[in-house]
Design a protein around this ligand. Structure first.
Ligand SMILES: [Mg+2]
Length: 184
């Protein structure tokens, strides 16, 4: 198992629910130390996504749909149950399981609920109904959902913005991630 990944290395991000991969991204490591893993997902990075949009992601066949422009820098604090995405006009807080390392990348599970924090300080919730539907459908336990909400409330209370990464730019010499083996 990799202790840390070299900057510029392409890795695979697997989202796993009860042993089943339901979402796959590819990314380039922008930073990796004991506190923080930063991932750059360039536009066009190969991804596998649930085939049906606007439906719960679990138990769906996956289809190839690359990452959209303009790409995104994601900050994954070690042990945290969320990641921060740096958007042009806001920060996006993606609730997800604390990541686990693999030889070729990392594993987590997107937990559906998201938060958006505007530059002016306003917060908005996103996809609350999806998490409710996942509980209603038996995919996520009420206790797990309460934990996701609690993590979101912690981020709102901490309000850790700006992150210091706002002016970061990818190294143009980094190779684009290739399609991950074993999925196609
Ligand atoms: Mg999400």
């Amino acid at each position: 198992m990799a202790e840390s990944f070299a900057v510029g290395r392409a890795i695979v991000v697997r989202h796993v629910w009860r042993g089943r991969v339901f979402l796959v991204w590819t990314a380039v490591v922008a930073h990796d130390d004991t506190n923080l893993l930063a991932l750059w997902i360039p536009p066009g990075a190969p991804c596998l996504r649930p085939g049906v949009r606007d439906a719960l992601p679990y138990e769906q066949p996956l289809v190839e749909r690359p990452w959209h422009a303009p790409g995104v820098l994601q900050l994954w604090a070690r042990g945290a149950a969320h990641a921060i995405w740096l958007l042009d006009d806001a920060w996006y807080v993606n609730l997800q399981e604390p990541f686990r390392r693999r030889d070729d990348g990392v594993e987590t599970a997107d937990q559906l609920l998201d938060l958006v924090r505007a530059r002016d300080g306003r917060w908005s919730w996103k996809d609350e109904h999806e998490l409710e539907a996942a509980v209603a459908g038996g995919f996520v336990s009420p206790e797990e959902a309460a934990g996701v909400h609690a993590e979101a409330e912690r981020v709102v209370a901490a309000d850790p913005f700006p992150t210091g990464w706002e002016n970061w730019e990818p190294d143009p010499s980094w190779p684009a991630p290739s399609r991950p083996a074993g999925f196609f």
